[in-house]
Ligand binder design. Structure first.
Ligand code: NDP
Ligand code: 8X3
Length: 218
């Protein structure tokens, strides 16, 4: 894909969480095409290895694999501190890792689904930002891009906790922006609408027919 790129991303370091699938994988392609160096992060290392190969072949992109679970703050801190010296100066953080679980009513949903969505979409995003933003401030450069959702604005049946996590992403983005006023660090909330990815497969735990149905007629 070709696209308008007003600033040069050549050699910039971009860290993408949830790079192993969907929107994160697409972001990796765009940034690779633009000449950025990309830190590919997610839990499934085997997917990251395949993506790194593809980006190398298509765009001669330089990538670094950072397998991690964003729910684990200690592992995040160790991983970020342990980055090789020439990968430490992260210019762009894309907080994309996220998921939904189920479409149950608030008074019926399994608690575990809530824990997973809140721990990933809210706490995971916070942990990543907390680990990486201080370096941006010290270097006087950087951009944090959060992947929120239209679900932050429109609550749908059975979606209340997922929607609440994305409403939290909106508020956390605004809060970070306020906290960074006076610095050159930029903060952005992207709010996509329906995108056909693995999202609904994950939500319905592999019920592919039900997942496919979500995008029927779109
Ligand atoms: P996918 O299921 O295709 O991708 C989700 C990604 O998140 C995977 O790479 C997964 O990697 C990663 N991820 C999930 N949990 C964790 C974790 N604990 N630690 C690290 N990585 C994790 O879905 P999408 O691409 O659609 O979703 C990406 C983002 O976009 C999410 O935040 C989602 O809420 C948001 N969004 C999606 C929309 C849609 O319609 N699809 C619309 C609006 C927003 P792995 O399993 O390997 O860890
Ligand atoms: C994902 C979009 O509407 O399926 O955030 O929740 S939706």
């Amino acid at each position: 894909a070709s696209f308008f790129m007003p600033i040069s991303l050549t050699g910039k370091v971009v860290l993408i969480t949830g790079a192993s699938s969907g929107i994160g994988t697409s972001c990796a392609h765009y940034f690779a095409e633009a000449g950025a160096r990309i830190i590919l992060s997610a839990r499934r290392k085997e997917k990251l290895i395949l993506l790194a190969d593809e980006l190398q072949q298509k765009y001669q992109a330089k990538t670094l694999l950072l397998p991690l679970d964003v729910q684990k703050s200690d592992a995040i801190n160790t991983s970020i501190q342990g980055l090789p010296a020439n990968w430490q100066a992260i210019d762009v953080l894309i907080n994309n890792a996220g998921l939904s679980r189920g479409l149950d009513k608030q008074y019926e949903a399994p608690l575990q689904d809530w824990e997973e969505m809140i721990d990933t979409n809210i706490k995971g995003l916070l942990y990543m930002t907390r680990a990486i933003a201080p370096g941006m401030i010290a270097r006087n450069a950087g951009h944090v891009i959060n992947i929120g959702s239209i679900a932050a604005r429109y609550t749908y049946p059975g979606g209340s906790v997922y929607c609440a996590t994305k409403a939290a992403v909106k508020v956390l983005t605004e809060g970070l922006k306020i906290d960074l006023l006076g610095t050159p660090i930029r903060v952005t909330n992207i709010e996509p609408g329906l995108v056909e990815t693995d999202f609904s497969n994950v939500r319905f735990r592999g019920d592919t027919d039900r997942a496919k149905n979500v995008y029927e007629g779109m």
